[in-house]
Design a protein around this ligand. Structure first.
Ligand code: CA
Length: 237
């Protein structure tokens, strides 16, 4: 059995919500965080979730790592083609983080700096890697975690969906255990709220809508960016 909550919010500063989320058919969950300036970012993330929803509804393909990779590739194609027809939207793109749960296994696909976390037995673990310039500098030891926190190019993405004709997609598979909890979120949550505060909400017993509670927490902390969260709890029947 799955227990799902979802929320997306413009935040307190931005005029448009460039995030788009999907709680789709077939236990597929998507967070997309658009970029590309005026209106284009909003369009890119919506094209992505709409393309995924229509593929999921109309096609019966396996949703393993390859299946999810192709969902991202199809979204990439749709955004890129829209840009070709509308050159003023050139450069628009989106992050894409996708989770699919089946009996006994979780599959994911990912591009950008939205994130997938898993909470299991008190440990909150980031499953995806950020495709940012700063994450790369951090990984190769050029900067410290503190320097990463305040880096001027913190938001510079190395990979996004829809910007180029081809996109490189990370994918993975995880065994599922009773009580596993997954969080998909945009950086408007993780840049505003500490991981321990996020974990506190995920573990709270008296919290019927965890996604909404996370969004509210990000707004209480300033809400500088759009905020999106999908929380998926897995319980064996
Ligand atoms: Ca964002």
């Amino acid at each position: 059995m799955l227990k799902v909550s979802q929320a997306t919010d413009v935040g307190l500063v931005r005029e448009l919500n460039e995030d788009s989320i999907l709680v789709g058919p077939k236990n597929v969950f998507v967070v997309a965080d658009g970029m590309g300036g005026h209106v284009a970012g909003e369009i890119a993330s919506h094209i992505f979730t709409a393309t995924a929803e229509s593929k999921l509804s109309s096609e019966d393909t396996a949703l393993d790592q390859d299946g999810l990779r192709y969902l991202v590739i199809d979204g990439n194609k749709a955004i890129f083609e829209c840009t070709r027809e509308n050159p003023e939207k050139s450069g628009m793109g989106t992050t894409a983080t996708i989770l699919h749960l089946e009996e006994g296994a979780a599959f994911w696909a990912h591009v950008g700096d939205s994130r997938l976390y898993r909470l299991r037995k008190g440990e909150l673990k980031q499953i995806t890697s950020d495709h940012t310039y700063v994450a790369e500098l951090l990984a190769n030891g050029s900067i410290s975690p503190d320097e990463a926190e305040d880096h001027p190019n913190k938001h510079m993405l190395l990979r996004a969906v829809g910007v180029d004709p081809v996109v490189k997609v990370d994918t993975g598979e995880l065994p599922l255990e009773n009580g596993d909890m997954f969080l998909l979120c945009s950086d408007g949550l993780t840049n505003m709220v500490t991981l321990s505060a996020i974990q506190g909400i995920l573990e709270a017993e008296e919290c019927p809508d965890k996604a909404e509670a996370l969004v509210e927490l990000a707004k209480d902390s300033g809400g500088l960016d759009n905020i999106s969260a999908i929380v998926v709890e897995y319980y064996e029947e």
